[in-house]
Design a protein around this ligand. Structure first.
Ligand code: HEM
Length: 149
């Protein structure tokens, strides 16, 4: 197996972990918020798992972008006009990386602002808002047809 295949396999597998842990963290925070629960160390850990998985996926995605034939190298072969005019090429070379980086920025903002927030309600709220937003962005740009083929 070459380097590209190994990194693609890793990115494809960790995608499950990242989506699952970010999803669980968002749901846990939404439940904590609506039930007015106390923010416990377990809630912090659940959010931390999501943050770490998203960051690992970001690093692997970034490497993949430069070794994949569907990433940065496309710009050397096709012009910007051709890439932007083709929805499949645009999805992998432009939309998936940019929107997913934005999603990970949201998740990171949720994590850092929850630390500064005072009180359980405020902590759950930061995680609920930013992790849910991040998750929706991630889900909007997954190449479902390629992933499950
Ligand atoms: C949590 C964030 C992310 C998730 C859940 C995710 C998920 C995925 C999935 C499921 C695939 C399809 C894998 C397959 O074909 O088996 C994929 C492909 C890809 N991702 Fe991501 N990704 C994320 C972030 C990123 C980032 C930040 C970048 C780049 C900076 C990136 C670059 C790529 C590239 C270039 C491909 C296509 C690789 C190829 O088929 O040759 N991803 N991603």
């Amino acid at each position: 197996m070459d380097t590209y295949k190994i990194i693609l396999e890793a990115h494809s597998g960790i995608a499950y972990v990242a989506l699952f842990t970010v999803g669980v963290a968002a749901i846990n925070a939404l439940i904590g918020l609506s039930a007015k629960n106390e923010f416990k160390p377990k809630d912090r850990r659940i959010a931390l798992f999501g943050l770490i998985a998203a960051h690992i996926q970001f690093v692997i995605g970034l490497i993949l972008y430069f070794v994949s034939p569907k990433g940065f190298s496309l710009f050397g072969q096709a012009g910007m006009k051709e890439i932007m005019g083709n929805s499949e090429l645009r999805q992998m070379a432009v939309e998936h990386p940019i929107i997913n980086i934005l999603a990970i920025v949201f998740i990171t903002i949720g994590w850092s602002t929850h630390k500064r927030a005072e009180g359980s309600n405020a902590k759950f709220k930061k995680i609920a808002i930013f992790f849910t937003l991040g998750l929706l962005l991630l889900l909007s740009r997954i190449p479902w047809n390629v992933w499950f083929s």
